[in-house]
Design a protein around this ligand. Structure first.
Ligand code: NZQ
Ligand code: ZN
Length: 388
């Protein structure tokens, strides 16, 4: 097992009715920016719950953070915080609103052009230099409620770039699974597949000695397989919704990544598909993931076979046979979760995609991705072309 440090300061407040606790979670006397997305919180009652819990606080609202949040939009919130001396932010929404708030939090006191935060992958490690924030999660998927990463799109250049650092963990996250009941089926499907792929990025590498991490990862995958199709059909079922929410957080709160190698190339390629074609994040992962496992078969086959055996109960004579079946099972699962796993099923104009992505990665110096740094531009091309 590799050496590691486990640091996660987010106060995770889980369960029915927990939004009421906001008044005790927010620092006394805080002047708050309440950030939200396109308005779903007005329809499902979450806004009313939040406002009721924040009585007595000074609250300024900032709506309109879009899915795949835009740098250009977020900079408007940065200006408001600077003008009005706001000292706490609450993100009410899914991964996009939470990620947007992480960017805002870091950008307000950033000395320099905030675009650099994204272009140069600035790491925020000093809590004195960010605006503290908490979240009220409305969509289980990204794990952003309990991690310190974020993904932001620059509209002007059609780039989707990451930021992060230990200062960008939420102070608290209120996670009430009843929010699942108002989610469109498509978003529940996305959430399951995103969480599933987060586990795969950290688990599906090569055999190592981190036995517990493997078992935890497999149990998250098994739970998602068990509940995923059902929660999409029955979003009012609290048992399903609560397990879905906890799985999504556990998939990307840093725990299963400790002491192990990780990949993340599926996400890096997938982000380009969203930046180019606005395909939902999870759907890009369902397109790329299985083809990446195929192209990188030799690197990943042992772990694929372990995953196939333990998660899907596949049997077979050889590692290769089990690994191949494991990929097929994964694709079947993604189809069950409503994913269309070919790029051509998601967008019409895809013919130059591989060239575009390979050029971009080369410009950024991303020439060796994956757990063994053997996902070269040629491999990226093969993966993307196989995904057409
Ligand atoms: O904007 P509103 O009106 O709130 O509607 C949203 C949005 O249209 C809607 N929604 C959210 N909660 C709802 C609801 N509708 C009804 N009822 C509710 N309870 O769902 C739509 C999608 O929301 P969004 O926040 O975009 O989805 P998600 O949580 O999947 O976040 C995706 C973003 O997170 C990034 C992705 O790249 C993408 O930008 N990621 C962030 C990660 C992280 N910070 O760790 C990791 C992930 O891999 C991912 O890259
Ligand atoms: Zn993801």
């Amino acid at each position: 097992m590799n050496n590691f440090e486990l640091y996660n300061p987010t106060n995770y407040v889980f369960g029915k009715g927990q939004t009421e606790k906001l008044s005790t979670l927010v620092p006394k006397g805080a002047k708050i920016l309440l950030a939200y997305g396109g308005g779903s919180i007005f329809k499902n009652g979450v806004y009313d719950q939040v406002k009721a819990a924040l009585q007595g606080f000074e609250v300024i609202e900032f709506g309109g953070i879009e899915p795949n949040p835009r740098f250009e939009t977020l900079m408007k919130a940065v200006a408001i915080i600077r003008e009005q001396n706001i000292n706490f932010i609450i993100a009410v929404g899914g991964g996009s609103v939470i990620d947007g708030v992480k960017f805002i939090s870091g950008a307000v006191r950033y000395e320099g052009n905030p675009m650099e935060i994204l272009k140069n992958r600035v790491l925020f490690t000093d809590t004195a230099k960010v605006i503290p924030f908490g979240t009220v999660l409305t969509l289980p998927a990204t794990g952003s409620e309990m991690n310190s990463g974020a993904v932001i799109t620059i509209e002007a250049t059609q780039e989707k770039l990451t930021l992060g650092g230990s200062a960008l963990f939420p102070k608290f996250s209120v996670c009430d699974p009843t929010v699942v009941s108002s989610l469109p089926k498509r978003q529940i499907q996305n959430g399951v597949v995103d969480a599933f792929t987060h586990v795969m990025e950290q688990y599906l590498t090569y055999p190592h000695d981190a036995l517990l991490q493997d078992r935890i990862a497999e149990s998250i995958l098994q739970t998602l397989v068990e509940i995923g199709p059902d929660v999409a059909e029955n979003p009012n079922d609290y048992k399903l919704a609560s397990n879905f929410m906890w799985c999504a957080t556990m998939a990307l709160n840093g725990l299963i990544q400790k002491g192990v190698p990780s990949d993340w190339a599926t996400h890096m390629i997938g982000h380009e598909l969203t930046a180019l074609y606005e395909i939902d994040h999870a759907r890009t992962l369902a397109i790329i993931g299985p083809n990446l496992y195929r192209v990188m078969f030799d690197t990943k086959k042992e772990k694929l076979a372990q995953y196939g055996t333990r998660v899907w109960n596949v049997t077979g004579e050889s590692v290769e046979e089990k690994a191949t079946q494991a990929i097929e099972k994964t694709v079947e699962f993604f189809h069950t979760m409503g994913m269309k796993t070919k790029l051509s099923e998601n967008t019409a104009n895809y013919s130059n995609t591989a060239d575009f992505i390979v050029n971009r990665f080369e410009e950024r110096g991303w020439k060796a991705l994956g757990e063994k740094q053997n996902i070269t531009p040629e491999k990226v091309r093969e993966i993307v072309e196989m995904s057409y």
